[in-house]
Design a protein around this ligand. Structure first.
Ligand code: ATP
Ligand code: MG
Length: 462
């Protein structure tokens, strides 16, 4: 009684239903496929081979043996160089049916090395293809004499080889997806790293900017101080001269008195001279004292961070007086129009710093060819908002530079030592510390016209 023929269609159907195929689990698919081969062809062994080493060698990657009944591993390989007829056949044919493997010219090449030791007498080998190329084979090994393979058996194994090909395609898609995910993760890590670096650079930039602003604050005062010192020297020099002539006259008077030659008229002469010298002394010392006072007040104001209630006109008066060493070189006498009763609650030092920068700018940039320079500061207040309009009649600023002059480091005077921080600091101080706004109106030849508005009483900060 002959055994019933295995239902090859059913076996193929069973394998193709496995989710391992489209999941790209190639090892698992090999096991399913080789099991199906054993069941369908009743062969002794079924093995799976894949090309390696630059397509030069087939390596056994899975093996099923009827006797062992389990997955086995065999580190067998088959080199293309030593088996050219066999490789030529599997490279091109759909299936290699070697009924008598020992004598078939395509398989006899490995008779001694492979077939004999395993008593293999017939072989049915089917290439596995991936993207159209042979990348491996399913090898069905029959033991026990010549075997006439039937064509449907060849078709059966070919269908299983297609299943392995499908699994390989899925595996490469899964790998590509994983690589993409890894790539994305790496990109995200890089972006996070760059963001951190940018953040650090930004913090560093802010620190540097703060340092520059602090330095510039002191620099404006440093710029003015030698001129102030020079100005103080003049009245002090006058006072020294007056005191020393008075000393000489006093010595003469003492001599005349001692020798009994002191006359009424020489005494009267001395007293009138002494009066003159003393009044010179007092006026010059007072002038020096006022200069020092104004400068100190402005300098202290500008460095001080303290909030205060102050009469704006007094602050601006003292400021303009302390800027005289700068303005007299032009020469220009700033005209201040500010209500004496206007009391501001905020930062006097900040306002002083802003006006100092504007005055220094007018003197430095504005009046090159102006025969009759003027600076006017007009302050008004509607009760809540203070409006300070600063104007000069200098060369003005062309409209295309109106935005840029407020940018840090923009200067047209770099060669002359300008850092270009003045107006950017003014802008920041007005918008930041004063909680106000600043607008520039100017065109060439018409001078500058800054309108600064800020609350009379600065709101309490957060
Ligand atoms: N009153 C003005 N008249 C004409 N141009 C001016 C006037 N004020 C400013 N500018 C122009 O605006 C530019 C920027 O002024 P800013 O005060 O920011 O820098 P700076 O005076 O050049 O240098 P720094 O103030 O840092 O020493 C000046 O270089 C100048 O070209
Ligand atoms: Mg400036």
């Amino acid at each position: 009684m002959s055994t019933p023929k295995p239902d090859l269609e059913a076996l193929i159907l069973g394998v193709t239903r496995s989710p391992a195929i489209d999941g790209g689990c190639v090892d698992e698919v090999w096991e399913l496929v080789l099991d199906a081969v054993l069941a369908g062809l009743k062969v002794q062994r079924a093995s799976g081979w894949m090309l390696g080493e630059g397509r030069g060698r087939l390596c056994c990657v899975a093996l099923r043996d009827q006797r062992a009944g389990a997955v086995m591993h065999e580190s067998a390989t088959l080199a293309r160089e030593a088996n050219p007829a066999y490789f030529a056949a599997i490279d091109t044919e759909r299936a290699l049916l070697a009924h008598d493997a020992m004598n078939d010219p395509r398989t006899a090449e490995f008779r001694d090395s492979y077939l004999k030791p395993r008593s293999i007498s017939a072989l049915l080998d089917v290439p596995v293809r991936f993207h159209g190329e042979m990348v491996g084979i399913i090898c069905c090994e029959h033991v026990g004499g010549v075997r006439e393979w039937r064509s449907e058996e060849g078709a059966f194994v070919a269908a299983l080889a297609d299943v392995v090909g499908r699994a390989l395609t899925a595996e490469s898609a899964v790998r590509a997806e994983a690589a993409l995910r890894e790539n994305n993760a790496m990109l995200e890590r890089r972006i996070a790293e760059r963001t951190r670096e940018l953040q650090d650079a930004l913090t560093h930039l802010m620190d540097t900017r703060d340092q520059l602003i602090a330095r510039e604050k002191v620099a404006v005062i440093g710029d003015i101080s030698p001129k102030v010192a020079h100005d103080i020297n003049t009245p002090l020099g006058n006072a020294v001269t007056a005191a020393s002539t008075l000393q000489e006259r006093l010595d003469e008077l003492r001599g005349a008195f001692a020798s009994g030659k002191l006359t009424r008229s020489s005494f009267a002469d001395f007293t009138s001279h002494a009066d003159e010298a003393l009044s010179l002394l007092v006026s010059n010392l007072n002038r020096a004292k006022r200069l020092v006072h104004d400068f100190m007040r402005t300098a202290v104001d500008q460095i001080s961070e303290a909030r205060d209630r102050f009469a704006l006109s007094e602050t601006l008066d003292a400021l303009l007086a302390s800027l005289r060493p700068v303005t007299k070189h032009v020469p220009v006498t700033p005209v201040l129009d500010c209500p004496a009763t206007l009391v501001v609650d905020g930062y006097a030092g900040v306002i002083a710093q802003i006006v100092t920068n504007l005055v220094v700018n007018s003197c430095r940039h504005g009046f090159g060819s102006q025969a009759d320079p003027t600076i006017t500061i007009t302050v008004t207040c509607d009760g809540e908002t203070v409006r300070l309009v600063y104007a000069d009649n200098g060369c003005g600023i062309p409209p295309q530079l109106h935005q840029r002059v407020f940018e840090p480091f923009f200067t047209t005077q770099r060669a002359a030592g300008g850092t270009g921080l003045g107006l950017s600091i003014v802008h920041n101080l007005v918008h930041g510390r004063l909680g106000g706004t600043i607008a520039l109106r100017s065109s060439p030849g018409e001078g500058v016209h800054f309108t600064i508005e800020f609350p009379r009483v600065l709101p309490v900060g957060p």
